[in-house]
Design a binder for this molecule. Structure first.
Ligand SMILES: Nc1ncnc2c1ncn2[C@@H]1O[C@H](COP(=O)(O)OP(=O)(O)OP(=O)(O)O)[C@@H](O)[C@H]1O
Ligand SMILES: [Mg+2]
Length: 252
């Protein structure tokens, strides 16, 4: 059974059918890419998966549980975390506190508890600090904990946003254009970071991305959205060679 199983997912905004009969099956531990031209409906899919938008129709199963129509707080508790196309951090708060905001959400005794071998009780400040520090170390942010988020360089802000998402102890991590605005060095480093997250936390990751080097470098499978509909899906290299995809998306 897929960890994320979506069928016939549609949403209409007034006269615009933004997403039409979208479907995807993401297996546990997979690194899966969602690609497509600007305005294809990718972020709208994420907004439906995380309860920001209520789909007009369709079903979303997370580990076999129907989460369709739940709100974003419920869905966060059930195990989906995300980052945003435009970074959203608490800019005036410290790096450490940004991660602690994520920790406040988390369910006890989940994946993280096991991985970090901490007791299942994070009520005390000390334990929260320890856990936040461990997470920040994974991202190489341990020397920046006292900085305000807005004073971090761009690449590190992206990492911090991912760290905060992971602090909610998700089973599925959604990344919306994590490489947007990054230079080639930052993008290469981000690829390593995403691989590390998957290995270290056995995380399942669905990411939206326009950077084809990143997509072909780390994603095992792809779904291509075009005008709100699934154009193609399958193993990454096969999808990127598909003439329909090349025509619709790559424009080559
Ligand atoms: N709340 C909304 N109300 C009305 N239209 C919306 C809303 N949200 C998204 N749309 C429209 O839905 C379509 C899909 O938008 P979406 O942001 O999902 O595209 P995208 O694939 O993420 O594009 P990009 O690659 O540029 O981020 C667009 O035409 C957009 O204008
Ligand atoms: Mg988008």
């Amino acid at each position: 059974m897929a960890l994320l199983d979506v069928q016939n997912l549609s949403i209409r905004f007034g006269g615009l059918q933004a997403v039409d009969q979208f479907h995807i099956a993401v297996e546990q531990g997979q690194l899966y890419g969602l690609i497509g031209p600007n305005g294809a409906g990718k972020t709208t899919v994420f907004n439906m998966l995380t309860g920001v938008y209520k789909p007009t129709s369709g079903t979303i199963l997370l580990d076999g549980v129907d989460i369709t129509g739940k709100n974003n707080v419920q869905i966060s508790k059930m195990g989906i975390a995300r980052t945003f196309q435009n970074i959203r951090l608490f800019n005036e708060m410290s790096v450490l506190d940004n991660v602690k905001v994520g920790l406040h959400n988390q369910v006890k005794c989940g994946l993280f508890t096991n991985i970090l071998r901490l007791p299942g009780d994070y009520k005390t400040e000390k334990k929260m600090n320890e856990k936040a520090m461990q997470l920040l170390e994974v991202f190489g942010l341990q020397d920046d904990v006292k900085l305000r988020a807005r004073n971090l360089p761009y690449g590190k802000q992206r990492k911090l946003e991912i760290a905060r998402a992971l602090a909610t102890n998700p089973r599925l991590l959604l990344l919306d254009e994590p490489a947007a605005g990054m230079n080639p060095n930052e993008t290469a480093e981000l690829m390593q970071t995403i691989r590390l997250i998957r290995e270290r936390f056995q995380m399942t990751i669905l990411l939206i991305e326009h950077d084809m080097r990143l997509v072909s470098g780390i994603c095992e499978r792809l779904t291509v959205l075009n005008f709100g509909s699934v154009l193609c899906e399958g193993e990454t290299s096969a999808v990127l060679r598909d003439p329909e995809v090349v025509k619709a998306y790559l424009g080559e």
